[in-house]
Design a protein around this ligand. Structure first.
Ligand code: TXA
Ligand code: MG
Length: 313
């Protein structure tokens, strides 16, 4: 894996140079690894869609270092500021109205009149952003509809040497993509994540719900099938079927062959961190199907269940 580079000042500098030349590189964030490109450059954005085989109607998240740089690209309001103060930098993405004179490539936001804005917390991602004169479009570093990567080795598993430069930052801390919240028009969670609608409701002093089924594509990450390891998944199983990999949660399960425990202690954060890694491992071991027990639907469990439903679709 010659294309994996450890996090060092020299390599950060190299990463910076590549991004300036409109090259695409893989970078760690606290949620999942992403494919980063200059958000001002149409060329970079086109390369990202092509690498990911991503439908052009599915817009990308623009990553910033601080709030001042966002003001050039989007309108911000009180609600945004309240959430920003509480949760950013961190695993949350805000949908804001885009400014007409913004330099963000229209391809990056799929010609919508909004942009998705995030301030990553991961040290490597932040250092990179601090040293660039442009924000970065960073979708998850997976082929469209497949599993998101949580380590540099996972990125290699997805793309091999199609990506010339993978910046290593260890295993991601959270393991699931950021919460996406719409702040233009009706406030709604478009994609659940580790920051929950209850936490957000408390800050805004208003009940915020999670978008249910929709026919219109508001957030195409809500496409029904996504996050898929490419083999059938059966949810809410009580026991293991013959030849299936069995994903479990909690201490009552034995460590038998084919059993993969997301958290012996029944800790949902640990389960979130291990979910994609476990699904990828099972796929690579050659299993043909997956059974998974019911995962509690509270806190980050809501996001886990959201991803599992889509992976099973
Ligand atoms: O944690 C994350 O957010 C990761 C890391 C790498 O930062 N990134 C990520 O990006 O998950 P991606 O491209 O895989 O998911 C972006 C999500 C999609 O569901 C997309 O539809 C939604 O954000 N999105 C982007 N721009 C939008 C917009 N203008 N309006 C509504 N949804 C938008
Ligand atoms: Mg994604």
């Amino acid at each position: 894996m010659k294309n994996i580079y450890k996090n060092s000042p020299k390599n950060l500098n190299k990463a910076k140079k590549l991004l300036k030349k409109s090259c695409i590189i893989a970078v760690p964030t606290e949620t999942v690894y992403g494919l980063a490109g200059n958000a001002y450059s149409n060329l970079s954005i086109r390369k990202i869609y092509k690498l990911k085989k991503r439908p052009r109607i599915n817009p990308l998240i623009i990553h910033y270092n601080n709030i001042d740089s966002v003001k050039k690209d989007a309108y911000i309001d009180e609600k945004f500021l309240k959430l920003y103060k509480k949760f950013s930098p961190g695993p949350i993405t805000y949908i804001l109205r885009k400014k007409k004179n913004s330099k963000i490539s229209n391809l990056a936001n799929a010609n919508l009149d909004t942009i998705a804005v995030r301030f990553p917390k991961n040290r490597v991602a932040r250092t990179l952003l601090e040293n660039l004169e442009f924000p970065l479009a960073i979708p998850s570093a997976n082929i469209s509809s497949a599993l998101s990567p949580v380590s540099s080795a996972d990125v290699f598993d997805e793309f091999g040497d199609k990506i010339k430069f993978i910046l290593d930052g260890g295993t991601t801390n959270i393991g699931l993509e950021s919460t996406v919240i719409n702040l233009y028009g009706k406030i709604k969670i478009l994609r659940p994540g580790s920051i929950t609608n209850h936490q957000i409701s408390r800050v805004l002093k208003k009940k915020i719900s999670i978008l249910k089924k929709t026919n219109k594509i508001i957030s195409p990450g809500l496409l029904k099938r996504h996050y898929s390891p490419g083999i059938p998944i059966k949810l809410n199983c009580l026991k293991k079927e013959d030849k299936a990999a069995f994903i479990v949660f909690g201490k009552k399960y034995k460590n038998n062959k084919g059993v993969f425990n997301l958290s012996k202690n029944g800790n949902l954060r640990e389960a979130a961190r291990k979910l994609y890694k476990t699904l990828r491992e099972i796929k690579n071991l050659g299993y043909k199907k997956i059974n998974i027990v019911k995962i509690p639907n509270s806190k980050i469990g809501i996001a886990i269940n959201d991803r599992l439903r889509k992976a099973a679709y």
